[in-house]
Design a protein around this ligand. Structure first.
Ligand SMILES: [Zn+2]
Length: 359
């Protein structure tokens, strides 16, 4: 199959290529080129961009959307006694599963090719996730815990160094190393964790987490510049700026973290924030303008496409020979039809209604 008469964002650098064509064979991109007369499906000058990747979700709480009012982060999501965990315990399993399924379908329809879920609930939780994704046109990665059969997970997803004993976390780290699994951990989300960590460990939360040599840190909302430089050796950082803002926990220093690390974006808990990566891109873009206006817009789009594809070794999220569909067609109508800077428009104005997912 061949798509012609399109513009696209090519490769790891999202290079803007005009008047291009794309050859697809068995769901894979086999050729990208320009010019020449070809037989194929005419996309009439549409912009084609890579699929989006949601690098951090907790879809298990999808049945409790906007259940909170004036609660702190700990009261809302900290295991084991927060509102989230209480609701999960007392809610019928079928209702939880229905919520997860709807979230998964919403994400697939909005152009997300993969999501990376922090899965609570051990093996049972993982089988529910698989069940929720059955038949859905989306891939996933599981960062789980309390699992005996490690073939069920792609890595470990750890709630934080202040929620668990450090000796236990060190054992998990060793197991991750031995079994070739990723080790991901929430770090410095809550502003109160700094004094608490200094009291408990005589080191900051970032320093303690770093001693576990994690592959991925999530949040870094309240990391200072010294700590942002310290975490350079971590493979990737996943930021969730909308979730942080809703919870009142602060805004991460996105330009500085980007300067030092490979940055991805995630939408975090579904009960708190929409799993809509277009909204996340738009909010992230605006927050970088608040912090520092000089960030390239393509660097922000990479956080939802190229960067997570690299961090999680995915075969989507990049338009290049050898990568798989889906890709996203931005419908050629308002606002993209009037745009002078298409990537800026993509990250700041496009919504799921403006796109078509090509599979
Ligand atoms: Zn999280």
């Amino acid at each position: 199959m061949l798509y012609k008469n399109l513009n696209l964002l090519y490769g790891e650098e999202l290079e803007y290529i005009k008047n291009a064509y794309l050859r697809i064979e068995n769901g894979k991109i086999t050729e990208v080129g320009t010019g020449g007369k070809r037989v194929g499906i005419d996309l009439k000058g549409s912009l084609i961009i890579p699929s989006l990747i949601n690098a951090h979700t907790h879809i298990g709480d999808s049945s409790f959307i906007d259940c909170y009012d004036e609660l702190t982060i700990d009261e809302l999501v900290k295991p084991p006694d927060s509102l989230k965990h209480t609701l999960l315990k007392k809610t019928d399993e079928n209702k939880i599963l229905r919520g997860m399924r709807e979230t998964v379908q919403y994400m697939a329809g909005s152009g997300i090719s993969y999501f990376v879920d922090f899965r609570e609930g051990g093996e049972k939780g993982i089988s529910m996730l698989k069940n929720a994704c059955e038949g859905a046109k989306i891939g996933y990665r599981v960062l789980g815990r309390d699992v005996k059969d490690l073939s069920q997970i792609h890595g470990f997803g750890i709630s934080g160094v202040l929620d668990m004993e450090l000796s236990y976390l060190k054992q998990i780290r060793k197991s991750a190393e031995k079994n070739g699994k990723l080790f991901a951990i929430h770090v410095a989300e809550n502003p109160l964790s700094r004094p608490f960590s200094l009291y408990k460990y005589r080191r900051t939360e970032v320093e303690v987490a770093l001693s576990l040599n994690p592959d991925i840190m999530i949040h870094l909302t309240n990391a200072d510049l010294r700590e942002i430089k310290l975490v350079r050796r971590v493979k990737g950082i996943v930021l969730c700026p909308s979730s942080n803002a809703i919870l009142g926990s602060g805004i991460p220093d996105i330009p500085q973290i980007h300067e030092n690390s490979l940055v991805c974006l995630g939408t975090d808990n579904v009960m708190i924030n929409s799993p809509d990566m277009w909204r996340e891109l738009s909010f992230t873009y605006k927050m970088t303008r608040v912090k520092n206006g000089s960030m390239k817009v393509s660097e922000i789009l990479k956080m939802a496409t190229v960067n997570p594809a690299k961090l999680f070794s995915l075969n989507s999220g990049i338009i290049q020979e050898g990568f798989s569909l889906p890709i996203i067609r931005i419908r050629k109508k308002y606002p993209i039809s009037l745009s002078i800077d298409p990537i800026r428009t993509v990250i700041s104005r496009i919504t799921p209604k403006d796109i078509k997912v090509l599979r």
